[in-house]
Design a protein around this ligand. Structure first.
Ligand SMILES: Nc1nc2c(ncn2[C@@H]2O[C@H](COP(=O)(O)OP(=O)(O)O)[C@@H](O)[C@H]2O)c(=O)[nH]1
Ligand SMILES: [Mg+2]
Length: 168
């Protein structure tokens, strides 16, 4: 798996997404799986809230293969300057969080992420796990076996409610 670093202002949902990606429970095709990949670097929101964002972006990319810029659907403004992804020499993806919030505006958040320079944008609700598997698929490298592809024992399947890939 490629390693991702998550950046965004406080309360955007970096830590919640980290937990979701680290896979307490990953919802995929209505089934829940545990992810054992440990490939996420969570960062403090302060990096996105000060003029240090560009420096932090440049610095963290040394440690990661992919940079994820987060914006929640309910943020009324963006802290990401236009084309700020230019300071990274890694893939930069946008991630809209809290997509099911009744007051959210997913399109607006997506627009700001695209303006910042993100060519690919993901949409997640880290609480329900919606969209989380798409990010893991994006980070996938040849040979990686995703949590939902692993053979599970009948006992595990019963515990997770899974009916797929079950060894009898
Ligand atoms: N419904 C929903 N709530 C979220 C989501 N992401 C974060 N939250 C909530 O938003 C708050 C801030 O999240 P947190 O992960 O601590 O943000 P951080 O400061 O960026 O690390 C917490 O109360 C989370 O439960 C999401 O995708 N959906
Ligand atoms: Mg946090």
């Amino acid at each position: 798996m490629r390693k991702i670093v998550l950046m965004g202002r406080s309360e955007t949902g970096k830590t919640t997404l980290t937990q979701a990606l680290k896979g307490e429970k990953i919802a995929y095709h209505k089934t829940q799986y545990v992810n054992n990949f440990d490939v996420i670097i969570d960062t403090p929101g302060e990096y996105a809230q000060t003029s240090w964002l560009a420096h932090a972006l440049a610095l963290y990319t040394y440690e990661a293969d992919v940079v994820g810029l987060l914006l929640s659907s309910i943020e009324p403004f963006t802290l990401f300057p236009p084309s700020c992804t230019a300071t990274c020499n890694r893939d930069v993806i946008g991630i809209v969080t809290k997509i099911n919030h009744p007051l959210g505006n997913v399109k607006r958040a997506e627009g700001w992420l695209r303006l910042a320079g993100c060519r690919k944008v993901f949409y997640v609700d880290s609480k329900t796990g919606e969209g989380v598997a798409d990010i893991l698929e994006y980070l996938r490298e040849p040979g990686d076996v995703m949590p939902w592809e692993k053979e599970t024992t009948a006992e595990e399947a019963e515990m997770t409610g899974s009916t797929q890939n079950t060894t009898k």
